[in-house]
Design a protein around this ligand. Structure first.
Ligand code: ADP
Ligand code: MG
Length: 628
């Protein structure tokens, strides 16, 4: 452990450090300060909140700038007004013995001319939020053309908040040969993109694990009628065949009830709450840890200690009374470098709370529709196809092969596939065929910022064979698509990421472009296939209630797929069928979908599926344990 002296800081700074009571440098300071003092180099530093990043860039910047000059030499961009003020304050403290130092904060919501005047007086360092900075540049109120050091602080947050364009714009007004120091708690794709684009051979410093924080979690909310809450929960589970989740309820009673209902409906679920004995709780936790339970229904208090790493979804069956509790809930997923989704089922009366939560977590929710029966049927079918495709062949079957072949002597391959899928699929299909739309249209003013996907008829929905196991969540996939296809900010929407595949929408006008682009596209060494999905995907209108006959007769999209299929089988032949594992073979059973889509619960050997019950349609085929 070194001291601040050993890091090479000058007398003025060391005196300030003594005044501040800092005894020894933090890890990120120890790593960054000597490096930045020694040479003019670009830097990417990853460290959690509260690790002293401000001083890690603040001290070197203060030491390196020429305080006798009034030229603006350092620019620090930070995501919020609060942080902006905080950093400015810290820098003033650090530089209190640097005579003539002038640090100016620039942020929205406060007089722009006052800020301009402060800059005019000669600010060696400007600390700014991107929006206001851009504004002031365009009004020529600041001159950053002689910047030598630029800092992107809390870079992941800035990008989360949609400041990408502003940052790009601002940096374009700075000199090429400046140094750029990027500080971030996590390293999502967006941050590495910035690093690649704007930095030259940056040195990377990591303190603790990368992506440790909840930035790995995306947040979604689903607006439903209060009485449909339970149905909605089941749909969310059904639309995510490999779900491994914690479901939060507000009371012990609700927790118990939801768990019982799920078990009764054939899901692998368990309850965790304070009315259970310690022994019962231990048993439930053990099953959950061993992946024998897919859905753990829990109260906040009981779930506090859960440290299971591979939870894919947190579902807020009800929002917590204390909004702050949401952070603890969503932190159950997205651990150990994995991505996770936190879903909230809300009724109209609570939807305003979403905004408050957004302020606390400093992230945006995506408003999504409860998956329709059609959505679920498609997801389940494709999940089954993928599973079959990756299943290892059991050669014990070989000795029975002759008899089986004899039985199917007159059945061609397509027919056989259809029959095969139907075994597991019909029940699902039948169940969801009569399902109704559970989504509630959010009226203007329920919550601003919610996206309206109401008019869907001009959309195309696509299937793509990459998913969360390829490291995508909806934001990453959206960015990936936008980047690859060179599309605008809102051109890709309704991105829905499953484990091994995903869906997304574009305007119909982009369909040709999208399909053409992905005809021969490789991602991390394997082919990525994109096809038009028949299902519009969670829209409130369009296609949802179409019967299967409609679908069979279904139009241009199918033709297109046939063409592609043709092309692909040729491709495969020429490439010797190697690689390309999760390619579309499953998808090729499309024909079968038109006649026999259905059911979920594919690998349940326990049989005993419960008959459809009641007008609520609450029942469904028994659900498997979490697979293998
Ligand atoms: P970060 O930007 O990583 O979230 P900050 O720079 O805001 O962290 O620092 C967090 C707190 O730690 C601040 O109050 C800061 O004054 C204090 N701090 C920073 N460096 C040290 C140090 N070396 N010793 C003691 N406290 C420190
Ligand atoms: Mg900070």
């Amino acid at each position: 452990m070194s001291t601040f002296q050993e890091l090479g800081l000058n007398e003025d700074l060391l005196n300030a450090i003594t005044d501040l009571g800092f005894v020894k440098p933090s890890e990120v300071q120890e790593k960054a300060i000597p490096l930045l003092l020694e040479e003019d180099k670009d830097l990417v530093a990853l460290a959690q909140t509260g690790t002293g990043k401000t001083a890690a860039f603040g001290f070197p910047m203060l030491q390196k700038i020429d305080i006798d000059s009034r030229t603006t030499q350092g620019l620090i961009l930070s995501p919020t007004r609060e942080l902006c003020l905080q950093i400015t304050n810290e820098l003033k403290n650090y530089g209190k013995y640097c005579k003539g130092l002038n640090v100016v904060a620039i942020y929205g919501g406060s007089s722009i001319s006052d800020q301009a005047r402060a800059v005019k007086r000669g600010a060696q360092i400007i600390v700014a939020t991107p929006g206001r900075m851009k504004d002031m540049i365009s009004r020529r109120m600041v001159d950053i053309s002689k910047i030598q050091y630029s800092v992107l602080d809390e870079a992941d947050e800035m990008l989360n908040m949609g400041f990408y364009e502003d940052i790009t714009d601002i940096l374009s007004h700075t000199p090429e040969d400046k140094s750029t120091w990027l500080f971030s708690a996590t390293m999502p794709k967006e941050v590495s993109t910035i690093a690649k684009k704007f930095m030259y051979d940056p040195t990377e410093i990591t303190v603790g694990n990368k992506n440790e924080s909840t930035s790995n979690v995306s947040h979604e909310y689903y607006l439903v009628n209060a009485r449909d809450r339970y149905q909605a929960l089941k749909r969310l589970a059904d639309a995510n065949p490999d779900i491994f989740s914690v479901i939060f309820c507000r009371t012990k009673r609700d927790t118990q009830k939801v768990a019982e209902n799920l078990i009764e409906d054939g899901y692998s679920a368990g309850a965790l709450h304070g009315d259970l004995s310690q022994n019962q709780r231990d048993l439930v936790m053990k099953s959950f840890r061993n992946n024998q339970i897919q859905m753990l229904v829990a109260t906040d208090v009981a779930a506090r200690g859960i440290d299971v790493d591979d939870i894919t979804h947190v579902i807020n069956y009800q929002l917590p009374d204390e909004i702050e509790t949401y952070t603890h809930r969503s932190g159950r997923t997205g651990r150990a470098g994995k991505t996770g989704v936190s879903m909230v089922i809300v009724s109209k009366s609570e939807v305003r709370k979403i905004k408050s939560i957004e302020r606390i977590i400093k992230k945006q929710f995506e408003k999504k529709d409860i998956p329709s029966g059609t959505d679920i049927v498609e997801v389940q079918l494709m999940s089954l196809a993928n599973k079959i495709h990756t299943t290892e062949t059991n050669h014990e079957i070989d000795k029975h092969l002759d008899s089986i072949n004899e039985l199917f002597a007159d059945t061609d391959k397509d027919e056989l596939i259809k029959k095969f899928f139907s075994v597991e699929f019909n029940r699902f299909f039948n169940y969801y065929q009569k399902s109704k739309d559970l989504s509630v249209v959010e009226s203007r003013g329920d919550r601003d910022g919610g996206r309206d996907y109401g008019k869907q008829s001009n959309d195309t929905r696509y299937f793509i064979n990459v998913g969360s196991k390829d490291g995508f969540d909806w934001m990453k996939l959206k960015d990936f698509l936008k980047e690859q296809l060179e599309l605008g900010r809102d051109d890709v929407f309704k991105v829905d990421v499953k484990e091994s595949f995903s869906f997304f929408n574009t305007e119909k006008a982009l369909q040709e472009k999208v399909l053409a682009f992905f005809t021969d596209f490789k991602y991390e060494g394997r082919f990525v296939n994109v096809e038009v999905s028949e299902n519009r995907g969670g829209g409130r209108s369009g296609g949802r209630s179409r019967g299967r006959n409609d679908r069979r007769s279904g139009a241009s999209g199918n033709r297109r797929r046939d063409d592609k299929r043709e092309r692909r089988s040729n491709d495969r032949r020429s490439s010797g069928g190697s690689g390309n594992r999760s390619d579309r073979r499953g998808r090729r059973s499309d024909d079968s979908r038109t006649s026999d889509r259905s059911d979920r619960k594919f690998n349940d050997s326990r049989g005993d599926r419960r008959p459809e019950s009641s007008s609520t349609g609450s029942d469904r085929p028994r659900r498997s344990r979490r697979r293998d």
